[in-house]
Design a protein around this ligand. Sequence first.
Ligand SMILES: Cc1cc2nc3c(=O)[nH]c(=O)nc-3n(C[C@H](O)[C@H](O)[C@H](O)COP(=O)(O)OP(=O)(O)OC[C@H]3O[C@@H](n4cnc5c(N)ncnc54)[C@H](O)[C@@H]3O)c2cc1C
Length: 490
Amino acid sequence: MPDQPILTREADLAALEARVERDLALIDYPSRSWVPPRAVAGEPVLDVAIVGGGQGGVATAFGLLREKIGNIAVFDRAPDGLEGPWVTFARMLTLRTPKHVTGPDLGVPSLTPRSWYEAAHGAEAWDRLGKIARQDWQAYLGWFRRVLDLPVRNDTAVTDIAPAGDLLRLTLEGPDGTRSQLARKVVLATGIDGSGAWHIPAFIAQAVPADRHAHTSGRIDFDALRGRRIGVLGAGASAFDNAATALEAGAASVTLCLRRTDLPRINPYRWMENGGFLGHFAALPDLDRWRFMKRVFDLNQPPPQDTYWRCRRHAGFALRMGCPWTGARMDGEEIVIDTPDGALRFDYLIVGTGFRVDLTLRPELRHFAHDIALWRDRFAPPEAEADALLGSHPYLGDAFQFVERVPGANPALRHLHNFTFGATPSMGLSGASISGMRYGVARLVSGLSRALFLDDAQAHLDSLRGYDTPELTSLDPPPQDEREAAPNGA
Ligand SMILES: Cc1cc2nc3c(=O)[nH]c(=O)nc-3n(C[C@H](O)[C@H](O)[C@H](O)COP(=O)(O)OP(=O)(O)OC[C@H]3O[C@@H](n4cnc5c(N)ncnc54)[C@H](O)[C@@H]3O)c2cc1C
């Protein structure tokens, strides 16, 4: 139900769009590109190709256009409106991010989530709002993309990225079949799992038929779970959101098991949401970055309080802490899970074990993954502070670009920028999260802009040397009307 009559909302949205148009004109957006166009044997070259049209991809496109880098494209394999997790596999009711955090707007007030929300639902609705519903967030991102006229190509998967001299060649699979596209720079804005893949432990995947288990990021027919006994594995917010969704759909019981003997209570992501950390973490020496991130990874993230209560209000919900799953098998139609507390029996499993960070699992990175430096290649922590997970993350340069494990082995990978959650140990809160975006996008765009300029230094110098447009066009006295208009008759 809309909070105010639809006509009021339409008028408010139209008024907001007029404000956006005016704000964009005031900051001269967009204007002509300063990057010299390139072509190879007549084939056009993009300045920047962005893989992924979720919030990170579209905010980066906006940032580049603001910097007058206009020869760009965003490719997303998802259909228009279904990018990212929000209305696909996310099962929370609202975002976890507090409503006042801004992000994709990059500081333009009329483009903030609040401006859109007030226009779409009314200012009073904003005042009453706790956190933004995930469907509203997707609607906001769609609006953002539309009012900025961002060049997003949906239904287009990037299936391969290969070095092509000092360029990158992308293979695109889209509505018109397979084609290739050259680019000078590529930004991977491929999501939270973009530096690896969602993970289901092998002992579950091998023993339990595919139609009897799912990852929290997968498709689940919750209506089919009515009256069933569901086992959920994992301590993260998604495990709880899926448990709640199953209970709300009428599951007979949901037993949520976790290895930890207690739930995390503290959310370090809220601590990280400050300008000092977001802006400057990446400048810290490696040992300091490691120590910050070890603390963040050790604390992990609790499920939000409302998510926990969403489960606890159901009599059929059971939470078993200190209860890892150690084995799985079928007993007739029942799934049997072994735990230190004995066997548990279920009809369906939902696995919330997150994702692996492993660049070799990304098909589009097959020409690069083995040459990319990881933290474990570049930094040895004190023995007591070792952490294999942290060490498996890519060790990035100051603008999210990959660096070579062995210098000279694969030079083109400096053109690949990793704007996924895999960037967290190098850059602090990943740039593509809502709270990290304002700082992350600025850093990424500035690095891309700098590299594009420096790589063309000779062309810019030639351009300057050939620049001969006179500004002073006459040494005659000014025309009569200019003389009359001059202050104090001067
Ligand atoms: C359930 C859930 C809840 C979350 N809640 C929050 C929250 O409240 N606040 C927050 O800040 N973060 C949250 N996150 C983290 C969230 O994923 C990110 O903040 C946000 O989605 C990151 O944006 P993104 O653009 O990097 O990735 P996404 O939004 O995931 O977009 C990535 C896009 O890349 C596309 N893609 C991937 N590979 C290819 C390819 N090879 N070719 C073409 N397209 C490709 C995908 O189709 C996808 O649309 C949540 C994550 C999950 C899973």
